[in-house]
Design a protein around this ligand. Sequence first.
Ligand SMILES: Nc1ncnc2c1ncn2[C@@H]1O[C@H](COP(=O)(O)OP(=O)(O)OP(=O)(O)O)[C@@H](O)[C@H]1O
Length: 249
Amino acid sequence: MSKLLEVKDLHLKIGDAEILKGMEFSLEKGEVFALIGPNGCGKSTLAYTLMGINNYQPQAGEMLFKGQRINDLKINERAQKGITLAWQEPARYQGVTVRDFLALGLKSQGQEVTEAKLKDALNKVAINPYQYLNRFVDKSLSGGERKRIELASLILMQPELIILDEPDSGVDVVALNNIAEMINHFKNSGSGILLITHSEEMLKYADQAALVCEGEIIRQGNPQDISEYFKSFCYPCAKEEDCETEVAS
Ligand SMILES: Nc1ncnc2c1ncn2[C@@H]1O[C@H](COP(=O)(O)OP(=O)(O)OP(=O)(O)O)[C@@H](O)[C@H]1O
């Protein structure tokens, strides 16, 4: 059976800068695969490339979703197939209410929109539906609130592949617990999660982790081991001098 996601020798340049330099890994259904690594090593760029955001078209390599090449699919086509990205900094939508935003997610999956579904999803991320359903998803909501609402949208959409870009950044402890519960919920329902994180707490929910350095995966394995390795060998970065990290072959 094919993997949920396969990334093969992925290369991406932005202008003259080579940001992804042969990224390679795979992810199974029901698996949480964490990407860790220093700021600016290319984690978010990989997320945008997988999602098919404009101007993030790889120059070489392949992205396969359930065995099918998705390189040439547009962002909405990838979304229809069941791929979703929760942004590090959740988007603002001028004039769109929380109700409209959540309903849109449901409709995009061809599902019926009911008040009960919307309320249930908001309750799961500790957002009071009575206070928030008619508010706008714009700058009047805090970053943490928008992040929770985005997560509620994911709960409604039940995507097969969820790319979570630093889901824990800017949220409080309560939301952190909600995120952890949500990760387990998706995992148990067979979705795969690509989890980009700097948090040791979040890593506890990962089945596997990969260490990214300058656009390449240089080590992969047990999340705790990868995290320990990262802390021991990559701070401060010794790449220019006597880097102990060997690029995985
Ligand atoms: N549009 C762009 N133009 C030029 N350089 C870019 C652009 N987008 C990203 N980069 C560069 O690509 C590199 C990778 O950025 P990216 O956001 O993927 O890193 P990251 O690993 O997600 O970092 P962080 O942990 O800080 O979120 C950085 O050096 C960044 O400056």
